[in-house]
Design a protein around this ligand. Sequence first.
Ligand SMILES: [Zn+2]
Length: 361
Amino acid sequence: MTTNGGFEPVIRRTPVFCGIVPPHILDHLAQHEDQALSDSALRTLQHDSAARTRRRITAVRTLTAVAAPAAPDAVPHRTIYDAEHGTALPGTEVRAEGSEPGQDATVNRAYAGLGATFELYLKAYERNSIDGNGLPLNASVHYDVNYDNAFWNGDQMVFGDGDGEIFTDFTSSVDVIGHELTHGVTQYTANLEYYGQSGALNESVSDVFGSLIKQYSLGQSAEQADWLIGEGLLAPGVHGVALRSMKAPGTAYDDPRLGKDPQPATMQHYVRTSRDNGGVHINSGIPNHAFYLLATALGGNAWDRAGQIWYDVLTGGELQSDADFADFAKLTVAAAKARYQTGEESEAALKAWAQVGVQAS
Ligand SMILES: [Zn+2]
């Protein structure tokens, strides 16, 4: 919904570090009596906390133009690098755009996941890459040793191999790749502050589009989708199915080593905490569930109407970087009315937010 000819400057900041595995899970693992397990978690936590500090210090403000709709034949520009178990980025180039798959399945999955993300944004929302302007998509795999996370560092994707006992290879879930790259989209658009409710919205938007990227690539309807984030990421033997569930927040895992999924589905169970930037990976369950309720109420493909409404809010220019859940909810109802004239979509959005205890009117 660009109303200014595409040239209104938008303030953009480099985001704080946001890995797919939240600190509450790593904290739990770090306390485990199994030395190897707690060492991997501690190492990941220390790395992530250093990266977080570094990002705050180097935060910059840049001016960027609102993106024009992409040409339908736009193509991605992907490059995959191998960090070879070190932490220097990006590492050695191992696959460039258009080249054939190689022997390393991790490299091929990263390449395919970047492609699936590019595809959804282009085909469903006419967006040309993360910045709307054809940004090259770079990713490094085999980062560090036993590294239990994947993250977008403001410029590129980074994937660990996991410790093998709790987490498998972080390229194994396409929605995780989509989640992290969507942090880039948010960075270039609404730039939601990574703290409290605006931070939980930032996380939720990444889960929403991460799941939509998976659903689009598998051709699944809202009804058929699993609505899980990180399905396939937990190693065999872990009691759980994924990192998060949008369908049933709080039920993704319950494991002696990981703890129990702490996500609430409604405002009634909103978690007040200073950890995890004010619970950004915890309270994101509430807007996640609202999106799930809207998408399943509307039926069909979730990226069509429900996804379009969320995308319009994220990129429309009215969403403030410090928005809370109610601000976001009201904008979804307004966006639904603006794009669809029947009233069905805005009514369904109102109802979905009411079901999670957020006032959208
Ligand atoms: Zn995230």
